[in-house]
Design a protein around this ligand. Structure first.
Ligand SMILES: C[S@@+](CC[C@H](N)C(=O)[O-])C[C@H]1O[C@@H](n2cnc3c(N)ncnc32)[C@H](O)[C@@H]1O
Length: 331
């Protein structure tokens, strides 16, 4: 899924910095997003613990990081006589709803999806919610189905990346047919865990070998930019407003999105952190000034700094064009 602030293009560089600290142990990513960095570290054999405050991001983390094997879906298989999970995928792809909130609000009033794709997505939402009501899905199966649905529809959403706006004309990808596919857990170390939790709490409750911190660096709230995946994850009918269809009553806000709170919150989590190594991934253009970051981190241990451009190239130019500034603290 396309995700604001995703580190997909920088995974090699992040991974090198992490392995320079320790090649095994616990790796905690409390601002884990949809699990991109956590998945990479799980593959490399770390025991990964992730968190996020958004429900849909948490569901991705469960599906990719916490699970060691695909879900059984035993009750569904029994009821429909499905032999394996691919038959669940096939079944989901036959579902079509004639009406519903997603069709009306996000295809007819706002062109986030073609009408045909919206009918399929609505069909899947209705089915997952019905299975949950009838207790033929357990909590984790429900979360995996919803994360898989969100991942599947993101591929054909008529957006430039986030759900804050849709494109004026249906673009090439949005005209492709919707296809439901189950997310598969990443193979790696067993016993990884994911939490729907504020980063401060996850940092407070345990000690970790490596703490990787990748908070938002500006005022763009993830809950607003990903309102539609989040609405579906919380299982509520939305009250969409304006052109973007943001459902206003529901807005999670992070202190890292607020100029007057970000530095204090950062100081608080670094003070509480019990880790051997801290990796802080930020930018010189962020709400917390670079000098403040240096002051706070150097109170904790020895700090090394690395700059990368958006394609992941190492750079020595410490200017505004350098988007990624990674600090490694040996505590
Ligand atoms: C820059 S993104 C992380 C991107 C991720 N590393 C990736 O590669 O996809 C920041 C994430 O932090 C989450 N977040 C913001 N404030 C938070 C908080 N106080 N506690 C936990 N997560 C938070 C956001 O919901 C978002 O998913």
């Amino acid at each position: 899924m396309r995700y604001l602030g995703s580190k997909t293009l920088l995974l090699n560089e992040i991974s090198q910095i992490i392995t320079s600290c320790a090649v095994e142990g616990t790796f905690c990513d409390p601002f884990g997003g949809i699990g991109t960095v956590g998945s990479c570290m799980k593959k490399q054999g770390y025991k990964v613990i992730t968190g996020d405050i958004l429900n849909f991001a948490h569901y991705f983390q469960i599906a990719l990081i916490q699970l060691d094997a695909p879900m059984e879906f035993a009750a569904i298989k029994k009821k429909f006589l499905f032999k394996d999970n691919s038959e669940i995928e096939k079944y989901m792809n036959t579902l079509i709803a004639s009406k519903g909130w997603l069709i009306e609000e996000y295809a007819m009033k706002r062109q986030f999806f073609t009408l045909e794709n919206a009918r399929h997505i609505q069909g899947c939402i209705n089915c997952i919610e019905k299975w949950k009501e009838k207790n033929i899905l357990d909590e984790q199966e429900y979360k995996v189905l919803l994360a898989s649905l969100i991942q599947s529809f993101d591929k054909i959403a008529n957006t430039a990346g986030t759900y804050y706006a849709y494109l004026k004309k249906y673009y090439r990808k949005a005209l492709q047919p919707f296809c439901f596919e189950l997310l598969q857990p990443i193979k790696g170390k067993r016993g990884c865990c994911s939490f729907l939790m504020d980063a401060a709490k996850l940092i407070e409750i345990s000690n970790y070998d490596i703490l990787y911190l990748d908070p938002p660096y500006n005022e763009r709230r993830y809950g607003k930019y990903y309102h539609l995946p989040e609405t579906i994850a919380i299982g509520e009918n939305p009250c969409p407003m304006g052109k973007s269809g943001v459902s206003t009553p529901y807005e999670i806000c992070s202190k890292f999105n607020k100029k007057n709170q970000a530095s204090d919150e950062f100081e608080k989590i670094i003070r509480m952190a019990r880790a051997k190594y801290i990796i802080f991934h930020y930018t010189d253009k962020g709400l917390i000034s670079t000098n403040t970051v240096r002051d706070i981190l150097s109170a904790k241990g020895h700090v090394d700094e690395f700059y990368f451009d958006s394609k992941g190239y190492h750079t020595t130019k410490k200017t505004d064009e350098c988007q990624h500034h990674i600090f490694r603290v040996i505590v």
